[in-house]
Design a protein around this ligand. Structure first.
Ligand SMILES: [Zn+2]
Length: 63
């Protein structure tokens, strides 16, 4: 299992990224839950999960 932290370049939301290399997962893309920016495209060779850990500062985020 590989763990890393990812920050959305658009809204600065923080995610914990957990990758299970021992099994395959769903291919597709992970979008930021806050702003919809694509943070990663998965090819399905590993199982990748994201968990929101840092809420962005909404005062500095312009819709
Ligand atoms: Zn975002």
């Amino acid at each position: 299992m590989r763990k890393s932290d990812v920050t959305c370049p658009k809204c600065q939301a923080g995610y914990r990224r957990i990758e299970l290399t021992s099994k395959g997962g769903a291919a597709g893309e992970f979008r930021c839950l806050v702003c919809g920016e694509i943070l990663e495209r998965m090819d399905g060779s590993t199982d990748v999960a994201f968990r929101l850990t840092v809420q962005p500062n909404t005062n500095s985020y312009a819709f």
